[in-house]
Design a protein. Structure first.
Lengths: 283, 283
């Protein structure tokens, strides 16, 4: 894609989000690390970066509700998606053996995904940090030769460290779906997907009537999830993704019908549909 | 409820699951701690325990897919539910001040839920452990006077420790829904709920047709979630909860219709509906 685009992502250089950003926008981009997801959204909205890349769901842990909340809070659009197979490595200083490791550092989610593998390392203390790649950077900079970090192969390479174990995660079917954020909506060519959220008072048939907008037009759903609305008893917010673009008449009409039936509808955008990572992972 | 029931839960004494078990089965039960969720299911299936209690969804983190997988894997029924407001405390030895804390121990999920609060404690190392209450026990037994744990008020009381900070979580609307497991289905009296999972080949209108089974009978849905089926591209599994019991004709008929339309249906059971914790939390 375009040269010199500034792309915001959460974490240190070598984070999984960085890999997703490179897959989405190409190798020529300028990567701009941010401390939090909130900062990624703010950097794009305020114009410091052209786009942002954040995880939206993981095959083991489910939807990342924090980023759905931020999508609702900011005025940004989803302009792309990428499914990344998450393959965790156990990373240490070159020459250090597995038997010398006394502590393992990583983000709580990565630690949770490697729970069984970690239990097999005896007498090792597990330490939670704010991100995966940052843990590799930290043990490198502080010269911690009795420590290891759980992060991506890319992080090991970037910081000149060695991989003690590959595929350290407990389940191989671990993939994360990332979305690209922009200030303006895009009009995808070819296979497309549209993401939106809607809310309504829970009453029998509400969801059925809302889904009729799509079913009666033969529009394929790729995700649906209900979530209780914070602080509003018995009201739900639904996350919905469908195959198709708002540039298609039938999709626009479906969303119009949805607006008649739900109290609240927010379209996050239409964008090119990415291949599923689990198709590659399983084949 | 009945005296002397043996109830399996994951974690150490003082875990949030233990609180849910007491709320579900009364104070007279015998609590049987297990190391993993898998062990909870096995203890009930093999008859070592009468019932088990596991978390199934959290308002911030979403569904606990691991326990849905175990529901599908074992031949057990859901016989009850309880919504617990999760209120994390920062816990240390009596007499220890906040300024003396150098390390904080807890389960990765609890650490993630207290991320902002933890960042405000300067120069503190965050250490991930296998559970919340077990961290309190550990700092107690090892006499770690420069350490604190994040766990429930109950855990602090149980181990004779002191609460340095209450409501340590970043968001107050943090509640977890627990389910009670049994070897036999129950017939709930009064307001009831039924949980099931179904799967089908993704094609336009599949979900709409499936939901018609409920909408056409005025049956209220309380949860719906799609999840890609592991290793089967383009097939989805859906988690669905509805208001009502299989002892009602219209609910039985709805499930019969669903079976005609989906490739796979598994009913986890009907059980008494619990009040929503967030209603209490917000009022």
């Amino acid at each position: 894609m375009a040269k010199g685009l500034r792309i915001a992502f959460q974490g240190e250089r070598g984070a999984y989000s960085e890999e997703a950003a490179l897959a989405l926008f190409g190798e020529e981009i300028e990567l701009v690390p941010q401390r939090t997801f909130d900062a990624v959204f703010a950097a794009v909205q305020e114009g410091h970066c052209d786009h942002g890349v954040v995880p939206i769901e993981n095959s083991l842990a489910g939807s990342i509700h924090r980023n759905y909340d931020l999508l609702l809070q900011y005025d940004l659009y989803i302009v792309g998606e990428h499914n990344l197979r998450i393959s965790h490595c156990l990373i240490a200083h070159p020459g250090v053996g597995l038997g010398e490791i006394r502590r393992v550092y990583s983000h709580p989610q990565a630690l949770a995904q490697c729970e069984h593998s970690l239990r097999e390392l005896e007498g090792v203390q597990v330490v939670a940090t704010i991100d995966t790649a940052g843990s590799v950077k930290m043990i490198k900079e502080q010269g911690l030769r009795d420590a290891a970090a759980i992060a991506s192969e890319r992080a090991a390479r970037l910081y000149g460290m060695e991989i003690l174990r590959r595929d350290f995660e407990d389940e191989r079917t671990n993939y994360t779906r990332f979305i690209a954020l922009g200030r303006k909506p895009v009009t995808p060519e070819g296979e497309a997907k549209t993401s939106l959220a809607f809310a309504g008072r829970n009453e029998p048939g509400l969801l059925f009537r809302c889904l009729s907008a799509f079913a009666l037009r033969n529009i394929d759903l790729t995700k649906i999830e209900s979530r209780p609305l914070k602080g509003v008893p018995w009201e739900y917010i639904f996350y919905l993704d469908f195959a198709g673009s708002l540039s298609e008449e039938r999709c626009r009409r479906a969303v119009e019908q949805l607006k008649e039936m739900a109290n609240f509808v927010r379209v996050f955008g239409s964008y090119p549909r990415a291949p599923a990572a689990w198709v590659e992972a399983e084949s």
